[in-house]
Write a protein that binds this ligand. Structure first.
Ligand SMILES: NC(=O)c1ccc[n+]([C@@H]2O[C@H](COP(=O)([O-])OP(=O)(O)OC[C@H]3O[C@@H](n4cnc5c(N)ncnc54)[C@H](O)[C@@H]3O)[C@@H](O)[C@H]2O)c1
Length: 441
């Protein structure tokens, strides 16, 4: 099948490449000329494990192409995916749909026949209806279909997620769109990935519900972590204790510095705005958003407390800046408010991130960047683990302690063992790992 993918970011590039790998012919289009030029020269605009070789092999097989021209991408296309950004609208938290609508308007004037337009971007319920109306207004051929196919991939594991999804969700209002998407995803369907058809509105809302639910699990375990600290219990064991219950499941139960990234913060907010417009209270999601905002803001206080009440004049080493490991994405990363608060409290911050430095420098320009995790420890009063990159797990804590001036390790991801850290001469503070000894009888 011939497919055009509008938007060549984390979702568009991964989806387009994987669809090409299934055997479809995909042309990815983007307004960002630098991005397309880089891709044509074999340079990836994002850091995603395995993506460069998958792009290369599909380009070589003639199934994957890149362009800045939508007209060129649309040539002979039977389906067009829209995978442009839908960030939070400044000021009110609604999803900013300007990129989606701009793409649709441009598309409408170029369509030669009635093809299927698929929204992969995360968009508020009812957006498909607006797209259909906009297409009509702008002279799209009669019979053009609009479907919703929200994406659930996770950055850092995006290719595996796209190729082995828990489910493929398709919201469509007509058989042509349903048949077209069934054909596009046939290779996955043959692999027994459930293909779930719903109405277009239901699919749009389901994406927000999924993200809000996962955000709720994270905020829940973070509040449990605070309670564990107060009463001398261990949140890691607690999470295992509840996560082994099949009704709950073990995922998204890792206590930490609060959720960040390109999806949960903006999607929970946008869901609240949708609910407000519909006149329906969403007290759970509203609380989750507040809990998470407070949590991110409170992480600098943990560092301050661990350093005896002030960070003024202290050198603080930060391990990891991206919002999670295996990505260079810094959008809404918990490291941002943490580092900003430490700096405004008078600390000097030195950080190391295995791949995120280039993106981090754009949002955190006022700090020092080290070339390795070990170098971050040099002369530091405290070390703070913010992102759980695998390479940090195997660090020699004795060596780090030897390089440090102070001996404080604040582990916001619980990747180290208290006993191991203490043996290395470090004073250890994890998340939700209370340690009050229980008296015997
Ligand atoms: N990043 C994720 O992990 C993830 C996961 C699931 C869903 N989503 C959703 O997918 C959508 C895209 O997210 P992303 O992270 O890939 O965004 P992104 O910012 O990385 O990429 C968007 C791309 O679209 C391009 N673009 C914008 N307008 C265009 C136009 N008119 N024509 C051509 N290109 C245009 C931009 O230049 C940019 O390269 C969002 O709605 C997001 O919520 C993201």
């Amino acid at each position: 099948m011939r497919i055009a993918m509008i938007g060549t970011g984390y979702v568009g590039l991964v989806s387009g490449t994987c669809l090409a790998d299934f055997g479809h012919h995909v042309t990815c289009v983007d307004k960002d000329q630098g991005k397309i030029e880089g891709l044509l020269a074999g340079r990836m605009p994002i850091w995603e494990p395995g993506l460069d070789s998958l792009v290369k092999s599909n380009v070589e097989r003639g199934r994957l192409a890149f362009t800045t021209s939508l007209a060129e991408a649309l040539k002979d296309a039977e389906a067009v995916f829209i995978a442009v950004g839908t960030p939070s609208r400044r000021g009110d938290g609604h999803a900013d749909l300007s990129y989606v609508f701009a793409a649709v308007e441009e598309l409408a004037g170029l369509l030669k026949g009635p093809i299927v337009i698929v929204t992969k971007s995360t968009v508020p319920v009812g957006t498909g209806d607006k797209i259909a109306a906009l297409l009509k207004e702008n002279g799209a051929p009669e019979g053009t279909s609009v479907a919703s196919n929200p994406e659930f991939l996770r950055e850092g594991a995006a290719i595996a997620d796209f190729k082995h999804p828990d489910r493929i969700l398709v919201g469509a209002e007509d058989d042509k769109a349903r048949e077209c998407l069934a054909e596009i995803y046939r290779p996955l369907f043959l692999n027994r990935a459930p293909l779930l058809f719903t109405s277009r509105r239901t699919a749009e809302l389901t994406k927000y519900a999924a993200n809000a639910f996962l955000a709720t699990k994270i905020s829940f375990i973070n509040e449990m972590a605070d309670l564990c600290e107060a009463v001398g219990a261990d949140v890691q064991d607690l999470a295992r204790g509840i996560g082994l219950d099949n009704r709950i499941g073990p995922k998204f139960l890792h206590a930490g510095p609060g959720y960040g990234g390109s999806c949960f913060p903006k999607d929970t907010l946008a869901l609240l705005r949708t609910a407000e417009d519909a006149g329906i209270e969403q007290r759970i999601v509203s609380t989750v958003v507040g809990v998470n905002d407070d949590r991110k803001a409170a992480m600098a206080d943990r560092v301050r407390e661990a350093l005896g009440g002030s960070v003024e004049g202290k050198r603080i080493g930060v391990l990891g800046l991206t919002f999670k490991p295996n990505t260079d994405d810094m959008r809404d990363a918990p490291s941002i408010p943490l580092v900003e608060r430490l700096v405004s409290g008078g600390a000097s911050v030195v950080a190391f991130d295995p791949v995120g430095r280039e993106q981090a420098e754009k949002v955190l320009p006022k700090i020092d960047y080290a070339a390795s995790a070990e170098a971050v420890a040099d002369g530091a009063d405290a070390l703070v683990v913010v992102t759980e990159w695998d390479e940090f797990r195997a660090l020699d804590l004795g060596e780090l302690a030897g390089r440090m001036k102070g001996k404080v390790l604040i582990d916001l991801r619980n990747i180290y063992d208290r006993a191991e850290a203490e043996t290395a001469g470090l004073s250890y503070r994890g998340v939700g790992r209370g340690s009050a000894p229980s008296p015997g009888v």
